[in-house]
Design a protein around this ligand. Structure first.
Ligand SMILES: Cc1cc2nc3c(=O)[nH]c(=O)nc-3n(C[C@H](O)[C@H](O)[C@H](O)COP(=O)(O)OP(=O)(O)OC[C@H]3O[C@@H](n4cnc5c(N)ncnc54)[C@H](O)[C@@H]3O)c2cc1C
Length: 407
């Protein structure tokens, strides 16, 4: 007799997505997050809801994942996202051939866009630089990660899942080459509670390789900085239309612009240098699109660590690629049954990642129920105050969107 059908370790976008999907299929779920929900990378991401345009020419497959996922989130996630639209900007000195390549690639993968002159774009967004020469308008948007993670967890709870925050998982228990559960702290004020499960999902993101040395997972985490400055009247996501580089995205919140980012490999996702040059470079580069940024004092600076999977990174450049996701079946890889890991990906595609995991787990458990997560609206979706209450309940307030939250 087990305590739960499935133990999900990690309460970022991926873990709560897995919990929601499996709970909706009638499977009993216990999710344990060592921090508040989203306390790892999800609550510290940039918050771009990718239409796929960023990856259209470099990774059409990744772009094709983003297209339906961003549409789904626009449909089900209400005030957890904002359907702002976005601009890809060709600034004086940028290679015009890159713009034309992106335009062709967006056509090929099926992303709706419109090309505007610099003058027309400046009419819509007067703060744009006079050096902006051409613009592609694309259906990008933005995510408020704290709300998205909290609402997804709330949905999982409403479908019967048990969600524990401040509950770090330490030991995995193995019997006869099969995981039978784990030791979790922080539940019922016990220092170490044993939770027995039929199956375990390791959704610990950048920390996936550190959960247990018997799981051979090579992660290659990469840090990135985001800089929030006071700015209103933007109301669009801005992407620089050039080979991806530092400081080429601006996300627009109602009273702030969130500038990002960098990509620097780190040895340890817990401890890494937070360097001034990253902040300075991001402001300088973003100011080429929006000159008014130059003299703004940052109100908030935060770093996040991408959960990159090393074998994938070895084949790709650090940016300009889609962050593909990987479902690792440890029975096949490490001869350890009853557990899988999910690594890589993007917040935009967390629901799709969760669906892949849930299909895998349901099959192992002999459950035939299908995925319905794209059809059901998230609880509180149209009520920002209620969403923010969920954020408070799950201690999910992260730096990515703290300026818009009422908690
Ligand atoms: C700088 C930066 C910018 C980004 N920008 C975007 C963007 O604009 N758009 C986009 O779509 N994506 C973006 N991403 C990517 C996206 O944020 C991540 O891919 C996604 O949030 C990862 O979610 P996750 O749930 O897999 O990992 P996480 O959110 O890190 O969740 C894993 C959780 O596991 C927990 N955990 C670890 N060990 C244990 C343990 N032993 N016991 C219990 N819990 C544990 C951690 O505390 C953590 O909360 C960005 C990432 C970075 C770093």
């Amino acid at each position: 007799m087990t305590d739960t059908d499935v133990l999900v370790i990690g309460g970022g976008g991926t873990g709560v997505g897995v919990a929601r999907d499996l709970a909706m299929r009638g499977i009993e779920i216990t999710l344990c997050e060592r921090d508040g929900l989203g306390g790892g990378t999800s609550g510290r991401s940039h918050g771009l809801l990718h239409s796929g345009a960023r990856y259209a020419e470099s990774d059409p497959e990744g772009a094709r994942e983003c297209i339906p996922e961003s549409r789904t989130l626009k449909r089900i996630a209400g005030e957890c996202i904002r359907d702002s639209g976005g601009y890809f900007l060709q600034v004086a000195g940028d290679d015009p051939a890159y713009f034309d390549e992106k335009r062709r690639a967006c056509e090929e993968v099926g992303i709706d866009f419109e090309v505007l002159s610099g003058e027309d774009a400046r009419e819509a967004v007067p703060a744009l630089s006079p050096d902006v020469e051409r613009v592609m308008e694309v259906p990008d948007g933005l995510i408020y990660p704290s709300r998205l993670v909290a609402a997804t967890a709330r949905s999982a709870q409403e479908h019967g899942a048990h969600v524990h925050t401040h509950a770090p998982v330490s030991d995995l228990h193995v019997e006869n080459g099969h995981i039978t559960g784990a030791t979790v702290s922080g539940i019922d004020s016990n220092t170490g509670k044993r939770i027995d499960a039929e199956y375990v999902v390791n959704a610990t993101g950048a920390w996936a390789g550190r959960l247990d040395e018997r799981l051979a997972i090579e992660m290659e985490p990469a840090k990135g900085v985001m800089v929030a400055v006071p700015f209103d009247g933007l109301d669009r996501v801005l992407n620089r239309c050039r080979e991806p580089d530092d400081g080429d995205i601006v996300i627009s919140h109602p009273e702030q612009a969130i500038l990002g980012t960098t990509s620097v490999p780190v040895d340890d996702p817990e401890e890494y240098d937070q360097e001034d040059w990253e902040v300075e470079q991001v402001i300088e580069e973003c100011a080429a699109m929006l000159p008014g940024l130059e003299d703004r004092e940052p109100e908030r600076v935060y770093w996040g660590v991408r959960p990159l999977y090393a074998p994938d990174e070895a084949e790709r450049e650090q940016r300009g690629i889609s962050r593909g996701f990987f479902l690792l079946d440890h029975k096949a890889r490490d001869d350890l049954g009853g557990i899988c890991s999910i690594v890589g990906g993007k917040l935009t595609t967390h629901r799709l990642m969760a669906e892949a995991v849930a299909d895998h787990v349901a099959e192992r458990l002999g459950v035939e129920a299908a995925c319905h997560t794209a059809e059901e609206t998230l609880p509180g979706a149209d009520d920002p105050a209620l969403l923010d209450r969920y954020v408070g309940e799950f201690d999910a307030r992260g730096p990515a969107d703290e300026d818009v939250l009422g908690v």
